[in-house]
Design a protein around this ligand. Sequence first.
Ligand SMILES: CC(C)(COP(=O)(O)OP(=O)(O)OC[C@H]1O[C@@H](n2cnc3c(N)ncnc32)[C@H](O)[C@@H]1OP(=O)(O)O)[C@@H](O)C(=O)NCCC(=O)NCCS
Length: 181
Amino acid sequence: MIIRSPADDSEFETYYALRWKVLRAPWNQPPGSEKDEFEGNAIHLAAWNNSGKMVGVGRLHRMAGRQGQIRYMAVEPVAQGRGIGKALLEELELRAVQEGLIEIYLNAREEALQFYTDSGYELLGPAHLLFGAIPHFRMRKGIVGRLGSGAKLARCRDSPRVTHAPYRAPEIVGRPGQAPS
Ligand SMILES: CC(C)(COP(=O)(O)OP(=O)(O)OC[C@H]1O[C@@H](n2cnc3c(N)ncnc32)[C@H](O)[C@@H]1OP(=O)(O)O)[C@@H](O)C(=O)NCCC(=O)NCCS
């Protein structure tokens, strides 16, 4: 598996299509509904399997202060449960540390609560109801100390499985809000 940022328009098209397929299509939401106003200033990551197919996506954007928000985590349904989501989440957290962020917030769907809890996120309480049907829950993780060690960073940088594409540092955009996943 390779995890890196989409590199061109074609890869971004595939990236948004996977996001839409997993997070929006099941609720009959139109193409385009899978994007928000922070896309241009976010860190986008995707996972490719050994056949070169994109099988997972996730995004980090910076909020006010040293906080980040992870949104739009989605793994191809047939590839779920194989560690792809976890690998994407860890890489997004690593990028957050590299950006100098100290904590990450997200709004999780009920069925993904365990996934995030297993990765060290604490449940803060109920958030919004997406599309009037999908309850979300606010979660938080402090990332200083947990990922900030040089050993962890060095290990990830050396890993042959993960490539680090250059990316533009995101500007401070938004505040810890109730944005959906
Ligand atoms: C949630 C999602 C991103 C997780 O990605 P994934 O590749 O399926 O998860 P992983 O295989 O990396 O799982 C990592 C760990 O979380 C656990 N886990 C994953 N999904 C879980 C779920 N729905 N319920 C309980 N545990 C779950 C796994 O058992 C695994 O535990 P382990 O490390 O002890 O083996 C993915 O399942 C998905 O796209 N789901 C549908 C869309 C969605 O809900 N997105 C999140 C929006 S907030």
